[in-house]
Design a binder for this molecule. Structure first.
Ligand code: NAD
Ligand code: UD1
Length: 340
């Protein structure tokens, strides 16, 4: 298939471009590089030993995808990653988040109608479940009010797509609700680029281990969990990338207009367990201390991935240790490049 990947220079997008090429698909990358570096798509090409077009385009500009589709030609599907994703920033700059994330999704759908592109995979998040009443959480769990403008853009994005397929315009959509993506390509050539001080746990761990940060603050040790720290379902980015390929292949053969899948491992892990996994995987001791709870944090959440496993035949192949080792290798690559 010929797949257009918006946000393809980003963390999940770059790994997905690689997985698509490795599994025989043709790709084009669209990114405005607002949260990515230009060398990333080049690295994907090196790793894949094949080249693909990279369009420097802001998808939140109405009509922006016209030039892309006209230049690249027939498109069988779009994976829409392009979005702003920093939760705290979205609270400070809500309009920027609503504009970027929602107008880009509208533009993608406009182009799909205009050029009869049938298949769309949308990056959603387990954030739509809020604090779930039952664990593990499956796709039928009620959605809850979002905690931030970023979270609302995912809730609203899902709703927009439900309404669009409801209008029966030939569009087929797969919503993938990611749990916590971590790790990097196993050779450490591509990975997550955290701008400024990282908000997410694993980039903070690797930056602390390499000496960029003094210590990790563990946000809260008085939660109702076995060791008092929050529980999440951490998924290796390469497994997540494979889920996108499987979703597209499924969409192309299915007549179901809307499908929704959790993408997680099904295993909950606490912050302290994540630290231990990092230490075991790398042999590096991590300095950390307990700090107050972070506002907006969910106490515990992990996925029921039964649906994606049975419907798409997908299952995670990488362990938490693999993810930590790969994230660490990527941090070391960045350190070497900073010196050079
Ligand atoms: P990322 O920031 O690394 O990648 C997003 C990419 O989109 C970046 O390369 C950025 O430059 C680009 N982009 C942003 N706005 C754009 C626009 N208007 N036009 C063109 N390009 C634009 O983020 P990621 O972690 O790879 O996330 C990918 C998607 O997955 C996002 O939609 C995000 O909300 C969603 N998601 C991420 C996580 C996570 O923990 N990383 C969890 C759940 C959902
Ligand atoms: C956060 C966002 C979520 C978003 C996701 C992916 C919040 C409240 N939630 O999820 O909306 O979809 O990122 O981008 O921001 N932790 C520490 N110390 C740190 C960093 C994190 O203890 O320095 C803990 C957190 O309290 C949490 C766990 O590590 O328990 C994972 O945190 P993080 O990686 O930020 O992901 P989420 O909170 O799950």
């Amino acid at each position: 298939m010929r797949i257009l990947v918006t946000g393809g220079a980003g963390f999940i997008g770059s790994h997905t471009l690689l997985a698509l090429i490795e599994q025989g698909h043709e790709v084009a990358c669209v990114d405005n590089f607002s949260n990515a570096e230009r060398f990333i798509p080049q690295r994907v090409m090196e790793l894949a030993q094949s080249s693909f077009p990279v369009f420097e385009t802001d998808v939140s500009t109405w009509g922006a995808l016209d030039a892309v589709v006209k230049q690249w030609g027939k498109v069988d599907g779009i994976i829409h990653f392009a979005a702003l994703k920093a939760v705290g920033e979205s609270v400070a700059q809500p309009l920027q988040y609503y504009h970027n994330n929602l107008v880009s999704l509208l533009e993608v759908q406009r182009a799909m109608q205009e050029y009869q592109i049938p298949n769309l995979v949308f990056s959603s998040s387990c954030t739509v479940y809020g604090t779930p009443k039952q664990l593990p959480v499956n796709e039928l769990a009620p959605l809850q009010e979002a905690e931030s403008p970023y979270g609302w853009t995912k809730r609203m994005g899902e709703q927009m797509l439900k309404d669009a397929v409801g209008a029966n315009n030939g569009l087929k959509v797969c919503l993938l609700r990611y749990f916590n993506p971590i790790g990097a390509q196993p050779g450490g050539r591509i990975g997550e680029l955290a701008k400024g001080v990282p908000n997410n746990l694993v980039p903070f761990i690797t930056q602390t281990a390499i000496g960029l940060r003094q210590e990790l603050k563990v946000f809260g040790n008085d939660y109702d969990t076995p060791d008092g720290t929050c529980i999440r379902d951490y998924i290796h980015v390469c497994d997540l990338a494979d889920a996108h390929v499987a979703a597209l292949e499924y969409l192309s053969q299915s007549s179901e207009p809307l499908s929704v899948f959790n993408v997680g491992t099904g295993k909950g892990m606490s912050v302290l367990e994540a630290i231990s996994a990092f230490e075991r995987a790398t042999g590096v001791k991590l300095p950390y201390r307990f700090a107050p709870r972070r506002s907006g944090d969910v106490e515990k959440i992990w996925a029921d991935p039964a649906k994606i496993m049975s419907t798409l035949g997908w299952k995670p192949k990488h362990s938490m240790e693999d993810a930590m080792r790969d994230a660490w290798r990527w941090e070391q690559t960045l350190a070497t490049e900073r010196k050079g």
